[in-house]
Design a protein around this ligand. Structure first.
Ligand code: GLY
Length: 594
């Protein structure tokens, strides 16, 4: 075996055009479900085994969950079950996704929410596609320099405390999706969430440690009473009830989003927030709207990607990156020096554009057509040297972002698919818990460039386009994505958590499936890398490449840093006879299918 991390020898063949042509007529890229016998009609295995470096913590050849009819993959098993409950009652993927969204707000309070926002990409089996933007907006009283102190220095008020929150969009978004594409009533899809909040959920290891690890943030505000009884995370095996949240959810189930944005609950929670020093008003709530958009539609080696347009940067940045990579006949061996070089260089160039040019299209002219153009990608590809890193500064440079989000993927028995990413930004958002209504508020204001040209908490340096303005959506990296195969049939539904790393982790799962022909389980377990232009360094998961590869990259001029984990993806892939679902082996999630 060479020093490079190699897939088995067939991999090179699989990536070549000749392999593509030699596929049996009518064959799709659909692999054989891992739990189905390989003999079921598959003459050419569409998926190939992967091999990861010694020491890499996730073994190749892992399991996926198989469902003959439908699949829901989320970061919380109970939320996956809530989705499947809807599907088994005859609901479609959108009904299930909305049920999951509300369930996550109860069982996964670190990122599931009604006090945050998100994005949804929908691909209906009849061909209809849609993208729903329910990102938070800056309150009307927000100002460009609101997070700078009198000396012009950036404070932490965009991250923690009552000033950090944008106007929440989650309730508007989930109810809008259900109205347009769902088949069930709000009361039906919210029933699991209400049940979880009212009757309580078992505190498992993941929830216990999530609360334990974030206790110092939670106890700063009103959340301690609800989540830290006796000033500590509830014991594993105990029951956590959320009666205030149950009341709010019941009201939403009865009255729709109006219960959140108008009337007594809205009055109570905005008054509570303003009492603590926040600036969100009833006027802000009455003006909030979720926005239907056209998905970014792109192709990559004959596959079609449907992804999220601005106000998220996710779809454009993934498209730009993949357009750059498509110009290479085949990607280099997975895990090799050249693999890291080409992917890192492509991300670096796409992030320069992302950081400078993308923002809320209602405020800024966003050059989507140019950035997603294949000829433009060719000009960027031409700047990638054969064996040298390019310093970001010489590429024109470019002028921070929450890491903790949650993504879920749903496919129903008709083949309708929903990819949804939602967030409070950091875990437990701003830490501010609205006691009267039972939810945490986001710290999404930190996704603006609070000080254009200076790094945010993720080291991202962003430009004027993403400066704070009242009513504006802060730029996101959320990348819910649906991939269709070469015949136009649903292949993959994916997305991730991780701030800017959402873009890199989501797209690497896609590359692993398309270029490296990995099974979904391998595509999710594979080591990941990340480059966001600034800081100008290539982050690679710990033990994700062999030491010799890291040495070669350093010799090429890369600043190589080691990362504990890059992204948490939840994905569903069509396979012969049904669907596979995989939650990231880096997460506590679990898909449920049937
Ligand atoms: N708060 C992370 C994102 O929107 O990208």
């Amino acid at each position: 075996m060479s020093h490079q991390l190699l897939l088995l020898g067939a991999l090179a063949l699989a990536s070549s055009p000749a392999f593509a042509q030699s596929r049996p007529a009518g064959a799709t890229d659909v692999g054989v479900a891992q739990r189905l016998p390989a003999a079921r009609g598959a003459r050419t295995p569409a998926r190939l085994p992967a091999q990861f470096p010694d020491g890499w913590r996730h073994a190749a050849g892992g399991d996926a969950v198989f469902g003959a009819h439908a699949m829901v993959a989320t970061d919380a098993p109970l939320a996956s079950r809530a989705g499947v409950e809807m599907l088994k009652r005859g609901g479609n993927a959108v009904d299930a996704a909305v049920a999951v969204g509300f369930a996550l707000a109860v069982v996964y309070p670190e990122a599931g929410n009604i006090g945050g926002g998100g994005y949804m990409v929908i691909h209906m089996a009849d061909g209809r596609t849609a993208a729903l933007d329910y990102r938070e907006v800056a309150p009307l009283a927000a100002t460009r320099d609101m997070y700078l102190d009198s000396a012009g220095t950036l404070t932490t008020k965009s991250v923690v405390g009552p000033l950090a929150s944008g106007v929440p969009g989650a309730v508007a978004g989930l109810t809008a999706a259900l109205r347009k594409y769902g088949t069930m009533s709000l009361a039906q899809v919210m029933a699991p969430a209400i049940r979880f909040a009212e009757r309580g959920v078992l505190v498992d290891t993941a929830l216990h440690y999530s609360l334990h690890n974030n206790a110092s943030l939670i106890e700063q505000f009103a959340g301690g009473t609800a989540f830290l009884p006796d000033s500590a995370a509830p014991a594993i095996g105990s029951t956590l009830r959320q009666p205030e949240l149950a009341r709010t959810l019941r009201a939403i189930a009865r009255r729709g989003s109006a219960a959140f944005y108008r009337g007594p609950i809205a009055e109570a929670w905005t008054a509570e927030l303003r009492g603590a020093g926040g600036i969100i008003t009833m006027d802000d709530l009455s003006k909030y709207r979720a926005v239907w958009r056209t998905p970014v539609r792109s192709t990559y080696r004959g596959y079609t990607l449907l992804t999220m347009p601005p106000s998220s940067s996710g779809g454009v940045t993934i498209t730009e990156t993949l357009n750059i990579l498509e110009g290479y006949d085949a990607l280099p061996a997975f895990g090799s020096t050249r693999w890291a070089h080409l992917l890192g260089s492509a991300y670096q160039r796409a992030f320069i554009d992302r950081n400078a040019k993308l923002a809320d299209p209602a405020f800024v002219q966003v050059p989507i057509a140019q950035l997603t153009d294949k000829a433009y990608a060719a000009t960027l590809r031409a700047t990638i040297g054969a064996d040298r890193a390019t310093p970001t500064a010489t590429l024109g440079g470019a002028p921070r972002e929450g890491m903790e989000t949650t993504h879920y993927s749903v496919v129903d028995r008709s083949g309708n698919a929903v990819a949804t990413t939602t967030t409070l930004n950091n875990l437990y958002g701003s830490g501010v818990y609205v006691a009267s209504a039972g939810f945490f508020l986001n710290d999404e204001m930190d996704d603006f460039a609070a000080q254009p040209g200076r790094p945010n908490m993720f080291g991202l340096v962003q430009g004027e386009a993403n400066a704070i303005q009242p009513g504006k959506r802060m730029l996101s990296a959320m990348s819910p994505t649906v991939v269709l195969d070469r015949q136009g049939k649903l292949l993959l539904v994916a997305g991730s958590r991780g701030g800017p790393r959402i873009i890199t982790s989501t797209s690497q799962v896609i590359l692993n499936v398309i270029d490296y022909r990995m099974t979904l389980a391998d595509a999710m377990s594979a080591p990941r890398l990340h480059h966001q232009a600034l800081p100008d360094s290539l982050a690679i998961e710990r033990d994700g490449v062999r030491p010799a590869v890291a040495d070669s990259l350093r010799a090429m001029g890369y600043g190589v840093s080691t990362s504990r984990g890059i992204g948490l993806v939840n994905a569903v892939m069509r396979v012969r006879g049904g669907y596979e679902g995989v939650s990231d082996p880096r997460s506590s999630g679990r898909p449920v299918g049937y």
